[in-house]
Design a protein around this ligand. Structure first.
Ligand code: XMP
Length: 319
């Protein structure tokens, strides 16, 4: 695509002129946006870039391995893997308000990035894969100046307390454009088509207090749900799909004993930019089979429900 190729060259020139000979660290989440940002910046400045992948302890199953192997083995980009699960979970202990969760997580990311910026010999820049809808939605709901729906941590609130200057090459793009750019950069289709994954990770899919126990249950159930979607060939028809573990236990029966376990909600939506969305119309067979698998294979869940709310009035994530 010649337009995307020309656009890519322009962005590379812009990155080079912003950072000069400075060092840059780039937060990698495993999602398409930060991956595309990292590969683009690597083409612009090569070894001046170090990527930082922070394992918050709230990643999906297998996520850390996939990201590390893509960047280290396939692209040969400098990569630091920070294992920060204990740090994040400690700070989130007892916190259930969604915006407080985001503030704590955003603040902890910044602390870690500042530490890592020093560790690579004084990086002055922090790169992120912020997109246009992130910018809009963090500022206001419909262009008006006052209502914050969700403070996406890769946009709001960071710069005041941070010494690092932001590099956000995708700030004017929508998701489909980032995917096209990813293809232009040679990123594998499996990766380009990945569903978005929010910076706060499973924290915002665990309404109420976050505990290691609930995260582990969620991670297992979520993996089965995604496996079902891929097996049925539905992955690329869906914008985003994930499980949410509710802070509620209900009564059930397994064999001849009573159970008292968590409720799991499944979410799947179609969308073009994440700003509006419709719930995905699965067949009853798919839903039934998936619920059965989750309940049989994951200890701690005895009931599964499907969320049929569109956006608006719902948001895609539950928090
Ligand atoms: P909502 O829930 O606002 O989600 O309808 C729209 C898109 O944004 C993602 N999302 C986030 N991404 N940090 C992120 O990086 C966040 O705090 C955050 N909250 C929501 C969500 O996954 C969906 O793709």
């Amino acid at each position: 695509d010649w337009t995307m190729a020309a656009f890519k060259d322009e962005m590379i020139a812009a990155i080079q002129s912003q950072v000069g000979s400075g060092k840059v660290i780039c937060g990698l989440s495993g999602g398409v946006d930060s991956s595309v940002a990292a590969i683009l910046i690597h083409q612009a400045i090569g070894d001046q870039l170090t990527c930082v992948y922070v394992d918050t302890g709230m990643m999906r199953k297998g996520e850390s391995e996939q990201v590390t192997s893509l960047f280290r083995d396939h692209y040969d980009i400098n990569l630091i893997h920070v294992d920060a699960g204990k740090e994040f979970l400690g700070l989130l202990d007892g916190v259930s308000d969604p915006e407080k969760k985001r503030k704590i997580i955003g603040g902890t990311f910044i602390d870690i990035f500042e530490r890592e910026a020093k560790s690579v010999g004084g990086a002055k820049f922090l790169a992120q894969g912020t997109l246009y809808p992130d910018v809009i939605e963090s500022v206001s709901f419909d262009g008006g100046p006052s209502v914050t729906i969700k403070s996406h941590h890769n946009v709001g609130g960071l710069p005041e307390r941070m010494d690092l200057e932001l590099v956000e090459p995708l700030r004017e793009l929508f998701k489909d454009e980032v995917r096209a750019l990813g293809r232009e950069l040679g990123l594998h289709d499996d990766f380009v088509e990945r569903h978005p994954f929010p910076g706060p990770g499973l924290a915002i899919r665990c309404p109420g207090e976050i505990t290691k126990e609930r995260l582990d249950i969620l991670r297992e159930a979520d993996a089965i749900y995604l496996d079902q979607i891929k097996k049925h060939g539905l992955y690329n028809d869906i914008w985003q799909a994930f499980a949410v573990i509710l802070p509620v236990k209900t009564v059930g029966v397994m064999g001849d004993s009573r159970t008292y376990d968590y409720v799991l909600a499944l979410r799947a939506v179609t969308s073009t930019d994440g700003m509006t969305a419709d719930y995905y119309p699965y067949s009853h067979e798919f839903l039934g089979e998936t619920a059965t698998r989750i309940i049989n294979e994951v200890r701690g869940v005895n009931r599964v429900v499907y969320d049929v709310t569109s956006k608006p009035p719902g948001t895609i994530e539950w928090e």
